[in-house]
Design a protein around this ligand. Structure first.
Ligand code: ADP
Ligand code: MG
Length: 338
C-alpha cells in the first residue's frame, strides 16, 4: 500500500515547486500575513515555509497527513470550485509519502507550540527510539512546515534532477507570482546560505509595488492598469499590461483564476498574438492578470498535475480582455491599426 501511495504522490509532486505551491496555498488559506520560505538544493534537500496563520490544533496533528480527512472536503461541490484553496485534502499526505515532513504549529489558544513528524501518512518518531506523539516546544502562533529529502525513496526521480538552480528558479517564479497576487501578505524566499533573499515583498505593498519588488522598476514603470467587470460572461478582471512601446524578451504572463496560480494556454496565446501585431519582432509583453469567474463556470482538472484550467465562454471572455488591452494600448499610439 505504501508503494502505491508513493507512486501516486510522485505523480502529483513531480518537482519541489509543486510541493511548495500546496504549502503556500495552505498558509494563505490559514490567514497568514507573513510567509517565509527557505530552500536548500533547489528544494530537494529542504523546503521550509513559516507562516503566521491560525495554526493547527494539537488534537488535529495525528490525522493531519491522512488523505481526505480535511474538513473542506465535506461537500462534493468543493471539487468543482476553486473559490477556496486546498480542495483535495491530500497535499500533506502526498508529501509525507515521498519526503521527511515535520510540522511545528501553534494556535492562539495554545500556550506552546507542538511539533510532529510524519512518514507515509502517519505520525512517526523523528528518530528511532523516540515517541511519535506530538512534542511541546517553543514557538510563535502560526505554522512551520519542513520538507526534507524530497524523493528520498524514489532514487531514480531524485537522480533525474540535474540542476538545483533550475529548481530554485522555478520556485522563485512561483513565489513571485503569489507575492504579487496576495496583497496584505509579506513574502520572502531565500536560498540557504544567501544573505539576501531572492524575493522579498513587504506586507503593505500594493500590486504595482509588488511587481516592482519582484520584476524591477523598468517593468513596473511601463504597465497600464486595467479593470473589467463583465456581467454578460460573469467575470471580473484586474490586469497590469505592458504598454505598446515596451517589450520583454520572453512573454511573462502571470495568471490567477479565483486566486490560484494557473496556466491557460488559450489566454496566453491570445495575449501574445495581440501584442505581436504591434511590438517589434522578438518583443513580448508582460501581463499580470487576476480573473475572478463564477466557480461553477471553471473546470479545474481534478488531476492535480494539470495546472491548465478551462472555463465556460472562454473565447468570449478572452475576447473581452484582449479588446480592453487593445483599446487602451491603442491610446498610446493611435497611428497604428491593430
Ligand atoms: P487541504 O488544504 O486540501 O485541506 P492539505 O493536505 O493541503 O489539504 O492540508 C490539510 C489540512 O491541514 C488543511 O485543511 C488545514 O486544515 C491544515 N493545514 C495545512 N497547512 C496549514 C497551515 N500552514 N496553517 C494552518 N493549517 C494548515
Ligand atoms: Mg492544501
Amino acid at each position: 500500500q505504501d508503494v502505491v501511495n508513493k507512486i501516486a504522490a510522485g505523480e502529483i509532486i513531480v518537482a519541489p515547486v509543486h510541493a511548495l505551491k500546496e504549502l503556500i496555498e495552505n498558509s494563505v488559506d490559514a490567514g497568514a500575513t507573513m510567509l517565509e520560505i527557505l530552500v536548500k538544493e533547489g528544494g530537494l534537500k529542504l523546503l521550509q515555509i513559516t507562516d503566521n496563520g491560525h495554526g493547527i490544533n494539537r488534537d488535529d496533528l495525528p490525522v493531519l497527513c491522512e488523505r481526505f480527512t480535511t474538513s473542506k472536503l465535506k461537500a462534493f461541490e468543493d471539487l468543482t470550485s476553486i473559490g477556496t484553496y486546498g480542495f483535495r485534502g491530500e497535499a500533506l499526505a502526498s508529501i509525507s509519502h515521498i519526503a521527511h515532513l515535520t510540522v511545528a504549529t501553534r494556535t492562539k489558544d495554545s500556550s506552546c507550540a507542538w511539533r510532529a513528524s510524519y512518514a507515509d501518512g502517519k505520525m512517526a518518531a523523528p528518530k528511532a527510539g523516540q515517541s511519535a506523539e506530538p512534542k511541546a516546544c517553543a514557538g510563535r502562533i502560526g505554522t512551520q512546515i519542513t520538507v526534507e529529502d524530497l524523493f528520498y525513496n524514489i532514487p531514480n526521480r531524485r537522480r533525474a534532477f540535474r540542476s538545483a538552480s533550475e529548481e530554485y528558479a522555478k520556485i522563485l517564479d512561483l513565489v513571485g507570482r503569489y507575492a504579487i497576487h496576495c496583497t496584505n501578505v509579506a513574502f520572502s524566499c531565500k536560498k540557504h546560505g544567501d544573505s539576501t533573499p531572492g524575493i522579498s515583498v513587504p506586507e503593505k505593498a500594493n500590486t504595482l509595488d509588488r511587481i516592482r519588488h519582484v520584476h524591477g522598476s523598468s517593468v513596473a514603470n511601463e504597465l497600464i492598469p486595467l479593470e473589467i467587470s463583465d456581467d454578460r460572461w460573469g467575470f471580473k478582471a484586474e490586469l497590469w499590461a505592458s504598454n505598446a512601446n515596451y517589450s520583454v524578451k520572453k512573454t511573462t504572463f502571470l495568471l490567477f483564476i479565483n486566486h490560484r496560480a494557473v496556466e491557460s494556454s488559450a489566454i496566453k496565446k491570445a495575449v501574445d498574438s495581440l501584442y505581436s501585431t504591434f511590438l517589434p519582432k522578438g518583443g513580448h509583453p508582460f501581463v499580470y492578470l487576476s480573473l475572478e469567474i463564477e466557480p461553477q463556470r471553471v473546470d479545474v482538472n481534478v488531476h492535480p498535475t494539470k495546472r491548465e484550467v478551462n472555463f465556460l465562454n472562454e473565447e468570449e471572455i478572452i475576447g473581452v480582455i484582449t479588446n480592453e488591452i487593445r483599446e487602451n494600448l491603442g491610446k498610446v499610439d493611435t497611428s497604428r491599426t491593430f
